[in-house]
Design a protein around this ligand. Structure first.
Ligand code: SF4
Length: 374
């Protein structure tokens, strides 16, 4: 089985924190889907069937007219082997949502939305240069719950100047819509973003790491109390609503990423990524010579990745899996390395599974890195 991911590289405006690949020019938008089909045609041998998830991300795929998305879905379903339960997700921005739009999405087969709310505070949305306002966020959610059982809501915590009280209000407001799935990401300062520039110029200041941790701890406690499973560090779902797309990704399943900058993985050791340039991507596809780079992961890199993704999941890392896939030297190394983290109660064994304790979850990436083989 595998996932098919589509990266739609266009946005209305640039959010200040974002380092994804996108363009705010509309040049290239009309031809996008014909390029996508051609890329899919060129790469069909790479797909490992059946497809379990089709995901439209970006960028801002909610700028695409539903008819275009619909004909691409029809093309995929007609030409490729897909599960009956194929999860088809579209990332949407609140400013693109209205009643008719969502009805159309549903009629073309989209069965899951991922809604980029980020905050219910006007000043935070403005500071991050989001294209929507708070009113649009509420309207989008009120409309989404009428038409979709399966949707996810995205929030950002650790915003500049944010307080625990404000984060609590953000989260509680989001939960009034009873989303079956919620993703909450800590704000990160990426290189070459406006946010990085504003911080360097002392025009924006971040909050202390300890305050970000308090916000994360509040999040995991609140979500757990309401019956959500924190199935991955940043992701919470009610039973039956975990993202198939994301879980396959974290479980090391193969995925094909179409579109500029999209990443792919063969489920074993080869990773590749398309060029992050719309023009070069388009010329490559037209000439039948895709512009991409690739790397071959060695056993050590795959082991380190398994630890990182495994510890971020509620399932944890399996010692049996390490033994089976990576062999004895890796197993002994893990058993040896893990002692200090067990003593500090950052990790614990649950049968064969090594898991991060609730109190230390915020430190997960550092704990995993401590176990890496370097
Ligand atoms: S809408 Fe999404 S992809 Fe586009 S700039 Fe904002 S965060 Fe980045």
């Amino acid at each position: 089985m595998s996932n098919l991911y589509v990266h739609y590289p266009f946005c209305k405006q640039a959010c200040h924190y974002c380092n994804f690949h996108f363009s705010t020019s509309s040049k290239g938008r009309p031809a996008f889907f014909s390029l996508l089909r051609k890329e899919l045609e060129l790469r069909k041998e790479e797909i490992q069937y059946p497809l379990e998830s089709l995901y439209f991300g970006g960028g801002s795929p909610s700028l695409i007219p539903p008819k275009e998305i619909g004909s691409f879905i029809t093309y995929v379903v007609r030409h490729f082997d897909v599960y009956d339960s194929l999860e088809i997700t579209l990332e949407v921005n609140p400013d693109d949502v209205n009643e008719n739009y969502l009805k159309e999405l549903k009629s073309i087969g989209i069965n899951r939305l991922s809604i980029g709310i980020q905050s219910f505070f006007e000043e935070e949305l403005k500071m991050m240069h989001r294209a929507h306002d708070v009113d649009q966020a509420h309207k989008a959610l009120a409309t989404a719950i009428k038409h979709f059982d399966n949707f996810s809501l995205d929030l950002i915590y650790g915003m500049p100047y944010s307080t625990l009280e404000r984060w609590e209000e953000n989260l509680k407001t989001a939960l009034t819509y009873q989303p079956p799935h919620l993703s909450a990401y800590a704000l990160t300062v990426e290189k070459k973003t406006v946010l990085e520039h504003l911080i360097k110029e002392n025009k924006v200041s971040l909050i202390e790491e300890e305050a970000v941790k308090d916000q994360y701890d509040f999040l995991i406690n609140e979500m757990e109390a309401l019956g959500y499973v924190n199935y991955e560090f940043s992701n919470f779902g009610k039973a039956g609503f975990f993202s198939v797309n994301n879980l396959n990704y974290w479980n090391g399943k193969p995925y094909i990423g179409l579109g500029p900058s999209a990443h792919s993985y063969d489920g074993h050791s080869k990773r590749s990524w398309n060029v992050s340039n719309n023009h070069r991507y388009a010329s490559g596809v037209r000439e039948g010579k895709l512009a991409y780079q690739s790397e071959q992961l060695n056993l050590k890199e795959r082991y380190n990745e398994y630890l990182m993704t495994g510890l971020r999941k509620s399932e944890g890392v399996s010692l049996m899996h390490v033994k089976k896939v990576f062999g004895e030297p890796f197993t002994s190394y893990l058993e040896e390395q893990v002692g200090r983290q067990l003593d500090q109660r950052n990790l614990y064994w649950d049968g064969d599974q090594l898991k991060v304790s609730k109190e230390s979850k915020f430190l997960t990436d550092g704990i995993a890195a401590d176990l890496f083989l370097v």
